[in-house]
Design a binder for this molecule. Sequence first.
Ligand SMILES: [Zn+2]
Length: 147
Amino acid sequence: MSASSSDVRFDAFKLARRAGSLAGSIDARELPYVAETLAPGDDPVPIAWTIEGRKSAEGRPSLAIDIEGSAPLVCQRCLNRLDWPVEQATEVLLAGDERELAALDDASEGEVILADGPLDPAELVEDELVLALPFAPLHEGPCPGQG
Ligand SMILES: [Zn+2]
């Protein structure tokens, strides 16, 4: 028997209530929405993550999602590899159902996620990583080997 991904799912409201935290590391190449934006290669791209349950400033159940690592991207100017530092901390509010999701979305500037069932940490990390990576990455200053 092998472990299925559902084994790592967690109850977000419970985590928020008891101010618990989860941590792990994930290979960004295994995340479908991220993998295609990475520079090609076989090397793993470890992204360390922590998810902490807490209350938002307004006292609502929320999660603090931190991700950290380095993602190999392709520079859109010279088409060479560019290692992009990833360091992002985000707070997301939890909605118990679709109605609450819509209401919180209207009322809040921040991110709101639907947590009407157990959540998969990998999916949360993937969403944050998609937001953290630039659409058109460029080397800072002149590209290496030019100018
Ligand atoms: Zn470049």
